[in-house]
Ligand binder design. Structure first.
Ligand SMILES: *Cc1c(COP(=O)(O)O)cnc(C)c1O
Length: 401
């Protein structure tokens, strides 16, 4: 550490998100490397026995074992924490591991959770199937109706969980309103900020306590690596790190390095995803054969005003309902050539998927009906290809219906 490093940390306190995305968290080694190094080491060497004892007892800062600290992972954690405006972050092996670690660290048997019913399908399974086994009760409510959250409150409610905008219908939850209800009832508000990223939305500034991410999506941005991260106050992140240390869903240093490179261009990519998605949504809305387009950037969207207030742009994911049935949706998907047929999203490559039979296939018919996942629904995660080519690809789909 030198004088310039200290002055840089001071400058970063007032820096914008692009500067933080490129500079925060980096601490050069004595080699003077410009790009962040990848520390592929499982453990660390101590100078002497006394130091080893102090490190193990948490009496002295420093690395012990890469299950819970690694310099490359730490750089990623500090960078994303700075971008979200948080005290600290804990990186995990996947986005689901981030959600699991948050719940395992902050909940106990007998606690009750209120969760948006429009969350990532696997998040629903995690609550219903696995956390339920350990005595954590969950109620699912509408993300767009704050009254339902108040009505679902119980004496043992500890945590609110939501994702906004939602996947695949782009429902937008009012983070500040739900944060106020959570706070008044001594509950923590956890927001899955995967679809917006801190480049478009900062839930902590709106009153949320914790942000979780699937880094697999936009933070990487090029579909290369699995990862997740939990962001929030040191008080809560210490608990999450404690879970990681004992239970092991750790991010690999190589993946952390890929995510660091992804973060550097995050704001630029999110703006480009958003402008491509908006243009495609406007175009789709005008085509015969499409009943409705779900995208918060459209003025026809029921929470358009809220999204415009809460987000800096509307993100890259949209969905639409064809005038037709499941077969029509499959014909549309199979006729596209540019779009990758894959469940992933947040990639420079545009992806297309039929939610009812893939991402939401494990839900019961009734759960799907409540969540609004109809058979004629198609989700497109708009990438960064030329917009004219994307429109041509959607036209191929429409022609095949
Ligand atoms: C993909 C995703 C997850 C899970 O992340 P993984 O990295 O696949 O485990 C959680 N939440 C949202 C909103 C997602 O899109």
């Amino acid at each position: 550490m030198n004088d310039k490093y200290e002055r840089l940390q001071e400058a970063l306190l007032e820096a914008g998100i692009d500067t933080l995305a490129i500079r925060a968290g980096q601490q050069r080694t004595a080699e003077g490397e410009h790009s962040e190094p990848i520390f592929t080491t499982s453990s660390y060497v101590f100078d002497n026995a006394a130091q080893a004892a102090a490190r193990f007892a948490n009496e002295e800062p420093g690395n012990v074992y890469s299950r819970y600290t690694n310099p490359t992972v730490r750089t990623f954690e500090q960078r994303i924490a700075a971008m979200e405006g948080a005290e600290a972050a804990v990186a995990t092996s996947t986005g689901m591991a981030a959600i699991l670690s948050t719940c395992m660290a902050l909940l106990q048997s007998g606690d009750h959770v209120i969760c948006s019913r429009s969350v990532f399908g696997t998040t629903t399974v995690l609550f219903n199937k696995f956390l339920a086994k350990f005595g954590v009760e969950v109620s699912f409510v509408s993300p767009v109706n704050a009254d339902e959250w108040t009505q679902a409150l119980q004496k043992n409610t500890r945590l609110f969980f939501l994702e906004t905008p939602s996947n695949p219908l782009s429902e937008v939850a009012d983070i500040a309103a739900l944060a106020a209800i959570a706070k008044a009832n001594n509950c923590l508000l956890v927001v899955d900020n995967c679809f917006c990223t801190p480049a478009l939305q900062k839930p902590l500034q709106l009153g949320a306590d914790i942000v979780v991410h699937s880094a697999t999506k936009y933070l990487d941005g090029q579909g290369r690596c699995m990862g997740g991260v939990v962001v929030g106050a040191v008080e809560h992140m210490d608990e999450v790190l404690g879970f990681l240390r004992s239970c092991g869903p750790t991010m690999s240093p190589f993946n952390a390095w890929v995510f660091l490179k992804g973060l550097e261009t995050l704001r630029l990519r999110m703006d480009a995803h958003s402008s491509n998605a908006l243009e495609l949504a406007l175009w789709l809305e005008q085509q015969a054969g499409i009943d409705v387009v779900h995208y918060a950037g459209l003025s026809s969207h029921p929470q358009h005003q809220l999204a415009a207030r809460q987000q800096r742009a509307f993100g890259g994911v949209l969905s639409f309902q064809l005038s037709g049935d499941r077969k029509a949706a499959w014909r549309f998907i199979d006729a596209t050539v540019l779009c990758s047929l894959t469940a992933n999203l947040g990639d420079v490559k545009t992806t297309i998927v039929h939610p009812a039979t893939t991402t939401h296939g494990r839900l019961s018919d009734e759960q799907r009906a409540v969540a609004g996942i109809s058979d004629n629904l198609i989700r497109v995660a708009v990438g960064l290809e030329d917009i004219a080519d994307l429109k041509r690809d959607m036209q191929r789909g429409l022609d095949a219906v």
